[in-house]
Design a protein. Structure first.
Ligand SMILES: [Zn+2]
Length: 239
């Protein structure tokens, strides 16, 4: 059987003498792997269209087990992103979590759209040579959205414990175990929490409500960025 996949190439690894296994996220079946026979030969035509961080139409021939790649047409090469160390280091950092969070072969159009939107946003930042922290905001925003779309509800508008509306300026906390923001009163009983997380919790709320393409417009202080990373760390450790 032959299949055509709308794919985002995630990674590759060498096998045998001249072959490669490619790992990609597809619109049709979620995360899959296929073999590129002869992909490491110097004149291999397919290889350039199968580089990680490329959007590619991939053709796979499958009988049993892992299929063989028979064709690949690049749709978007994300050339600016690939040439930008700031961007690429963040994208691979995010993809390491993507890989851990998505373990099964399961179709999920929302996840595909998020990943594509993330790569497009990072490409745009690279083209426009934006400040380094913008790459971090877009990357963290993508990760929070991804986590939520996989079914982990993150409570941000009100306290995850007593459900009271969060009040700005008060001592607000974040607890992944409790499922989101915590008011000062409820946080007293919690051992693991991120302190004074008022403005960073607001950013998480913005991430969850808006599109990734808009995140580059956010102005975020060094302190908020630090807190966002702490909240992310708490969340992913818990997940
Ligand atoms: Zn509370």
């Amino acid at each position: 059987m032959d299949y055509k996949y709308t794919s985002l190439i995630l990674s590759k690894r060498d096998i045998a003498e001249v072959d490669r296994i490619y790992n990609f996220y597809t619109l049709e079946e979620g995360k899959i792997q296929a073999v590129g026979r002869g992909a490491r030969r110097p004149n291999a035509k397919l290889a350039g269209n199968l580089e990680p961080l490329t959007q590619t139409e991939v053709y796979v021939s499958k009988r049993k087990g892992m299929g063989n790649i028979t064709g690949a047409i690049a749709v978007n090469n994300f050339l600016a992103l690939k040439a930008d160390f700031l961007a690429i280091s963040r994208v691979f950092w995010a993809l390491s979590y993507f890989d851990k969070l998505i373990t099964q072969q399961e179709k999920d159009m929302r996840v595909f759209e998020l990943l594509l939107e993330y790569l497009e946003a990072m490409e745009k930042l690279s083209e426009e040579k934006k400040a380094e922290y913008k790459f971090d905001i877009v990357t963290l925003g993508f990760l929070f959205k991804l986590t939520e779309s996989l079914g982990y509800r993150i409570q941000v508008g009100c306290c995850a414990n007593c459900r009271r509306k969060m009040v700005a300026g008060n001592d607000n906390f974040f607890s992944a175990e409790r499922g989101g923001a915590l008011c000062g009163e409820c946080a007293k009983a919690e051992r693991r929490k991120v302190k004074n997380a008022d403005s960073s919790i607001k950013l998480v709320k913005i991430f969850l409500k808006n599109r990734i393409s808009s995140f580059s417009k956010l102005e975020v202080s060094e302190k908020d960025l630090r807190e966002l990373r702490l909240i992310w760390k708490e969340l992913i450790d818990w997940v």
